[in-house]
Design a binder for this molecule. Structure first.
Ligand SMILES: [Zn+2]
Length: 709
């Protein structure tokens, strides 16, 4: 569900050691990345791009940028915004072209050849990134602008850009002396290797666990396709007929927890999952300890009191305490809700004469029973109204009514895969071209899991007034259509399409002048606002009636089904909220640690559990040895809370639409201007308040999750 975040640092790279390849460009007359694109709207000429073009283009892009940055550094004129910041952003133009295409296709249309290129491509690329952030001469010019930012006649977005760049340089070690810089580089290298180790252990531990079943009675309750896949898995492992293998992978684990009538089987699966990578050959506990210690040292070197402070310093939350305060406001009502849910499940178990007390491995199972009991909802009956093309009409209808944009298919536009559909996005009134939008929705072996949004070309306005409009894409992993059946989406998948399209609108409608502030180049706890808020439209009856038509009969979705969708939307919300908030709180406690020696990780988890009063019937959404978000990279370290932070904004923001009308033109115009068009050109809270009229509180989130009094 994530937007693929290309950090802007990625777009602003200077080459170290690239001198030897400075002449590469002249030798590549046929490399499409090194020519101006002559295609419509400068969509990359995919039919001309070959795997062998990437590395030479990357090297040429790095060399070109190094050249341009040398010119900036050697400029004898006093630094100005244009001769430093704008010049710096423009220096990456060629590099950008190749990086955006490569990063996109390596994920959505990969091959062994692309993987081989990636292994050379990314180290080269990140080395050049590191070098730019420690370039003293360049930093001096940014520092000059930073020191004089209020007396040079800069516009507010320019001042903000200078402040952001200055901060990024400092956070990357620009103020350190040479010895300290070396120390920082070592910490970064250590962390990169520790993350690799963590991920490798986790992958191996996950794959090492399996449950083999020989007695078919134990399969009672499981969906037929889960059983079929388990039998196939047994065959694959050479175990022969009459055996079934279940694994920790979600498509195997979740049906067991949700539907297996055999309680021991559920317990075995639950314990296998929650103890993975915590002992034996693939033990992540020592790795976690090294990560915590290295992070603490890195934070101290950069002048922060703990790693959590370092990670929250440059986002909306600003401090760990602010994030924690928000989470605790959600935690307390979530726990109360969990207690109600457990009571309800216990009553159902008692009615059935199960003779048990609800344990963590019973939660999923009885939650499903209660769902069936209360709402009588059949997912397959629903899917028939959500064919991919219908839902895509739904997102386009929504955008048309809210923001006055029109989507027209461009059948002859360049595309990187047959199934991709390309649209010209225009102003419905003036026909002005706004963006190109591509959808690539179906799963295939060459695509990684998940759904995301990114761009092939950004948007910006040059100092002379000329501008670039963006080329944006959405990628999904929905079931491909067959000869006689279109791709039919589940409720979750419909929501995913609206979510990624929300990120897409953020990119398409951007009017920020600077490349580094355009579209989704915003704080990491703000970026999910445009995506999550658009999920709210997906199941609004008024919109549903315009797009949810039965794929065979064309019949509009019946009111009775609309009511079921709405009634069941808050089911199990206590559990879903508490396991998420619990994990986010655990993550923040790790960020506050400054360990000098080894921590007993499991005891630490328990102490956090006790401190926050976690109900015995559940645990953290991820326990530490498999909490990949926070130990598999820096990505969400001291940042797992960001999903909830953005949810506070999106639920509070959507309530304004509910008050004024979900298609109220004035409210939509204000959201477009203040949030979608502004990108990162202003402080996110200032933008939000201008749209909403007040600072957000947690109340709307609690109402939306069914946790309010
Ligand atoms: Zn997202």
């Amino acid at each position: 569900m994530n937007k693929k975040i290309l950090l802007f640092a990625a777009v602003a790279v200077v080459g170290a050691g690239a001198a030897g390849i400075a002449a590469t460009m002249d030798k590549e007359p046929d490399n499409p990345f090194l020519q101006d694109y002559t295609t419509v709207y400068e969509i990359p000429p995919f039919d001309q791009i070959k795997t062998e073009h990437y590395l030479p283009a990357l090297k040429a892009g790095i060399a070109k940028q190094e050249d341009e940055i040398l010119k900036i550094c050697d400029n004898t004129e006093t630094p100005t915004f244009d001769n430093t910041v704008v010049a710096f952003e423009n220096a990456a133009e060629t590099l950008n072209k190749v990086v955006l295409v490569f990063a996109a296709l390596e994920e959505s249309n990969s091959s062994p050849e692309m993987v081989a290129v990636a292994e050379e491509f990314y180290p080269l690329y990140s080395e050049s990134q590191d070098a730019i952030m420690m370039n003293d001469k360049l930093f001096e010019r940014f520092k000059y602008l930073y020191d004089h930012r209020n007396d040079m006649g800069m516009a507010p977005d320019q001042i903000r850009a200078v402040e952001t760049y200055y901060k990024n340089f400092v956070r990357a070690g620009a103020l350190l002396d040479e010895a300290q810089k070396q120390e920082l580089k070592n910490f970064n290298t250590d962390l990169t290797n520790l993350y690799l180790q963590f991920n490798k252990n986790l992958l191996n531990a996950t794959n090492a666990f399996s449950i083999v079943i020989e007695n078919p009675e134990r399969l009672s309750g499981l969906p037929a396709n889960t059983v079929a896949v388990a039998a196939e898995e047994a065959q694959k492992r050479g175990l022969g007929e009459g055996k079934w293998v279940f694994t920790l992978h979600a498509p195997s684990r979740l049906p067991v927890l949700q539907y297996a009538n055999d309680r021991d089987l559920r317990e075995q699966m639950y314990k296998g999952y929650t103890t993975q990578a915590s002992s034996g050959e693939y033990n992540n506990l020592p790795v976690i300890n090294k990560i915590l210690q290295t992070r603490a040292k890195k934070a101290a070197l950069l002048g922060f009191d703990c790693y959590g402070s370092y990670m929250t310093d440059n986002v909306m939350a600003k401090t760990v305490a602010n994030a924690e305060n928000l989470l605790m406001q959600i935690w307390t009502p979530a726990v109360a809700k969990v207690k109600e849910e457990v009571k309800e499940m216990q009553a159902l178990a008692d009615r059935e004469g199960a003779g048990i007390t609800i344990q963590p491995w019973d939660y999923y199972y009885y939650a499903e029973k209660v769902r069936a009991d209360k709402y009588n909802m059949d997912e397959n009956e629903l899917r028939a109204y959500f064919a991919v093309d219908s839902v895509r009409n739904g997102i386009f209808n929504m955008a048309g009514r809210l923001y006055g944009v029109k989507f027209t298919e461009m059948p002859d536009a360049p595309k990187y895969f047959d199934e991709v559909t390309v649209y010209d996005v225009t102003d419905a009134k003036t026909n002005e071209h706004i963006a190109v939008f591509m959808t690539d929705y179906f799963t295939r072996p060459s695509k990684r899991q998940g759904a995301w949004m990114s761009e092939f070309k950004g948007s910006w306005t040059n100092p002379d007034g000329t501008s670039s409009r963006p080329v944006i894409f959405n990628v999904g992993n929905f079931t491909p259509p067959t000869a006689d059946m279109p791709s039919l989406l589940s409720i979750d998948e419909v929501e995913t399409m609206f979510h990624e399209f929300g990120h897409g609108l953020h990119g398409m409608l951007s009017r920020a002048r600077l490349k580094s502030q355009a579209g989704t180049n915003v704080d990491r706890d703000f970026v999910e606002l445009p995506s999550q808020i658009h999920e709210h439209w997906a199941f609004q009856p008024e919109l549903l009636r315009t797009y949810a038509h039965h794929y065979k009969t064309g019949e509009t979705i019946p009111e009775e089904l609309i009511e079921k969708i709405q009634a069941s939307s808050k089911h199990n919300s206590g559990f879903r909220t508490a396991e998420l908030v619990g994990a986010a709180l655990l993550d923040l406690q790790y960020g506050k640690l400054n360990p000098t020696g080894d921590v007993d990780v499991m005891a630490f988890e328990d102490s956090v559990r006790n401190a926050i009063g976690m109900p015995a019937e559940l645990t953290y959404r991820y326990r530490s040895p498999y909490f990949k978000h926070i130990f598999g990279s820096d990505g969400y370290a001291s940042g797992y809370y960001t999903y909830l932070w953005a949810e506070v904004l999106d639920t509070d923001g959507f309530e304004l639409f509910e008050e004024k009308g979900i298609f109220d033109t004035e409210t939509a115009a204000s959201f477009k201007k203040n949030i979608l068009e502004a990108g990162g050109s202003e402080d996110p809270m200032a933008l939000y308040v201008r749209f909403r009229g007040h600072q957000p509180s947690v109340d709307a989130l609690l109402r939306n999750r069914g946790l309010a009094e």
